[in-house]
Structures are given as C-alpha cells and as structure tokens.
Design a protein around this ligand. Structure first.
Ligand code: HSE
Length: 443
C-alpha cells in the first residue's frame, strides 16, 4: 500500500501546509485513507514495550477514530530473539535501523536503565524524532538534559508512563493544574512496597513473608532493593517535583528510607493511634522557597485518602492552592496500564507533530533542596527501657498520647512537631533504646 509520509522539520511552514494539503487532496482523490500515518519505533521489547506494540495493533482504529492519530509500529529494537512473536518481522538488533530511518517520527523508549537508553534517546532527539519514555531512572537523572535537547531540536520528549504506570499524573500536573501553585505532592508511588505494607497492615504478615509473596506473584524483582529501599519511589518523586516546582530535583539530593526495618510492632502501635504505615514519597515547596523532598515510611491517618490505597495500587495526592487536594489513583505498573500511558504520549506527539509542546523544567540551582533535618515534623516513636528510662524520654518529649506495652517493657508515642534534628537530638541522649522513629504525615 502506498504510504504518504510526513517529513517534519525539513520543510518551511508554507511548504509544509502546501505539502500536507496536496498529500491529503491526492489521498482523498485516490481514496487512500491513511494519508498521514505516523510511524513509531519501540526500543525495548519487554513487558511495557510489547504492551505498547500490542495496544497499537489492537486499538489503532479506535485511536484513529477518537483522536485522528493514525499510528503504526514500524520497528522494534531488542537484543533478544522473539521468533514466535507476531512482531518478529519488525525486530532489529541494530539501533541504526531506527536512528537512520527518516520515516520513523516517534521513538518509544521502554528499555529501562541509563545505558544505552540515554545515548539512544539523545541520538533520536538529535535526529528530530519525538521520544516517549517510560524510563523513570532516565528521566529522574537526565530529564533536564533531554528536555533541553528536545527543545533545541523542536521535538517532544514525553514520559507520562515514568510515574504511576497507567495513572495520568504528568499531564494533569503540567496542564490541568497549571493554573494552581502546587504546594505539595504526596504519593504511594511503588506498588511492590504498597503490597507488602498492605499485607502487614491487613493480615499482620511479617515483612520477609510479605516480600516473598510479592516476589512469587511477580510484583517484586528478584533483587527487590530498588523497590524496598525506596529508590524507585525516589526517582518518581524527583520527576513529579521537578515538574511541579520547575527545577530539576536529582535523586541523590532526596533523603530516602525504605520499609525493610518496619516491624509488625510498629504497624500495631500505629494502628492504636489511628494510623497506617505506608511508604510515602513527598515534596513540598517551603516558605523559604526551597523544596522539602523525602521518601520514607510514614504514618498516615486512617481517614486519609492515601490510607485506602491498597495492594499494588498507586496514588498521588496533589495539593493545589486553587483545587485543594486531588487524588490520582490506579494501577502503577503492568503491561497494559503502562502501555496506555505511553500511547497517550504518542498521540500527544501526533497532536504536536510540527510544533513542540511547551513542557519541562529548568536546571537545578545550588540550595534548591532543604536539609530534611531542619524541617519541623512529628515522629511516632517506640522505646524500650526501664521505668526510669521511659520516664526520662517522656519528660524530654512530653507527648500527648502514649501507649504502654508492659509485656514488652515498651512505650510508643507521637511527638509534637519540631525540627527533625531537635527531635533526633533528644532521642539520642541515651538511657533508653529507640526501637523505631517514623515520620507522621499531615495528608
Ligand atoms: N517496581 C515498580 C513498582 C514498578 O513496584 O511499583 C513500576 O514502576
């Protein structure tokens, strides 16, 4: 079948409109329906990449009817062989087959990791191809550089799927809420840890057993460090804060704690005070203009919208000065949900084929991120000690509510709000054993 190809950025605007008009007219005259098909390449044929290829194949007519975008996968890059795949004829192991193919206008990057993704994405942008990525590590580390490269080449670099899987988060923050000053964001951005915490809260399953179950069900990786120690959630909150506050927030600047030290005793005592424990990724714009960004286990009030987010689901609470609190909720991972977000971005590229959409953030500046220890917080604390030792800690911190576990010689309480370093100083005075200290959120 004859296909008429858009050659964006190689013609002047006048030539382009004349060209498209002429193509369309010929198409109508000859009754060709696909006058403006947009060719797509996918780099990385794993869970998400294969989901994108399948979604485009299955839903291309619906997408065309709903949006006018006529999309077709032309090439798929992967170093592995997939002889039984229906997409086998499109597979290549050579990146140059995509880089040097002028028909390909949009490249989807679903490879994950920094290398070779950064090199390949940079080269595609330099070749004036739009790039859509689901790669949170790439965006969190290299987002500013790639957005700048996209701007210089008048193409789009979009990454809706990099945070929250199928949940629309990037577009709502950058467009729908653009009339707000965003004050804060708090998210349950990692499905694996949310599944583990849900098992601990609802079924009182020990952490290690809940983790094994998450691995058995295919949620957690064999090496679950990035999920369990909060690194995955850190990358995601970096992307959201960069977008919400306008400057790149790098992962190494965000204090990150995981859930591996949370015990069932913490879960039970938090419950007594009316809270659940979740892995919360948060970012706030402080009055001094700095950003407070943090990933850590945190106590969330049982009535909070975030407390009801269970299993592998993700949610992101955005607090805008005009809207108040908004909760975006849904599947944070999985082939079809994530592919849906990728395809939304491809459609956006089709809508902004000729003129890059205004989107992104500026480079970081020194002092952008506040030292988390200076920010006032309230802590949930669990202490073990003798009667005198417990009295000592209570006189130092003077909490309003205390729970005494006489069987275990422990007390737990929630402190007033003070700069975290002041609270930690008091807790380090000794004479008692601090079993846990976990932040309490106000979401
Ligand atoms: N490992 C991630 C999670 C996958 O558990 O949420 C989605 O980024």
């Amino acid at each position: 079948m004859l296909q008429l190809i858009s050659k964006k950025n190689r013609l002047t605007d006048g030539q382009k409109s004349f060209g498209y008009g002429a193509f369309a007219a010929i198409g109508v005259f000859l009754n060709f329906e696909r006058v403006n098909v947009m060719k797509v390449a996918v780099m990385g044929f794993g869970v998400v990449g294969s989901g994108v290829a399948e979604l485009l194949k299955k839903n291309a007519p619906v997408i065309k009817e709903n949006t006018g975008a006529d999309l077709e996968v032309k090439r798929i890059l992967d170093i592995r062989d997939f002889p039984d795949s229906e997409f086998a004829p499109l597979l290549t192991k050579d990146f140059c087959d995509i880089e040097n193919d002028d028909e390909i206008e949009v490249v989807v990057e679903t490879m994950g990791g920094l290398n070779p993704a950064f090199d390949f994405v940079s080269r595609c942008l330099k070749k004036k191809k739009h790039v859509v990525s689901s790669n949170k590590e790439l965006v969190a580390q290299k987002g500013f550089e790639l957005l700048k490269l996209a701007e210089e080449n008048n193409v789009n670099f979009l990454f809706e799927a990099s945070v929250g899987g199928g949940i629309p988060i990037i577009r709502p923050i950058s467009r729908c809420l653009a009339g707000n000053r965003i004050d804060s964001i708090a998210g349950i951005l990692n499905g694996t840890t949310n599944f583990i915490m849900t098992k601990m809260i609802m079924e009182r399953t020990e952490f290690s057993d809940a983790l094994s179950l998450a691995q058995k069900l295919g949620y957690a990786e064999k090496d679950p460090t990035a999920d369990v120690e909060g690194l995955d959630a850190c990358r995601k909150i970096c992307i959201l804060s960069s977008l919400a506050f306008g400057r790149h927030v790098y992962p190494n600047e965000v204090h990150t704690e995981g859930i591996s030290k949370i015990t069932l005793d913490d879960v039970e005592d938090a419950d007594r005070f009316g809270y659940v424990i979740k892995l919360i990724a948060q970012a706030k714009k402080l009055e001094n203009g700095k950003i407070y960004a943090l990933v850590s286990p945190a106590l969330v009030k049982k009535e909070s919208m975030l407390a009801g987010v269970s299993d592998v689901f993700n949610a992101c609470l955005v607090r805008g000065d005009m809207t108040g609190d908004i909760l975006l909720y849904g599947k944070g991972a999985g082939a079809s949900a994530t592919a849906s977000a990728v395809v939304g971005d491809i459609i956006d590229c089709a809508d902004n084929r000729e003129k890059r959409k205004v989107f992104g953030w500026k480079e970081s500046v020194p002092g952008l991120i506040e030292d988390y220890r200076k920010v006032p917080v309230s802590l949930f604390v669990r202490i073990e000690g003798s009667k005198a030792e417990k009295e000592k800690v209570l006189s130092l911190l003077n909490p309003e509510k205390i729970f005494e576990n006489s069987e275990k010689n422990e007390i737990s309480f929630i402190t007033d709000t003070e700069p975290e370093e002041e609270l930690q100083k008091k807790l380090s005075l000794g004479g008692f054993k601090v079993l846990s200290s976990i932040r309490v959120t106000d979401y």
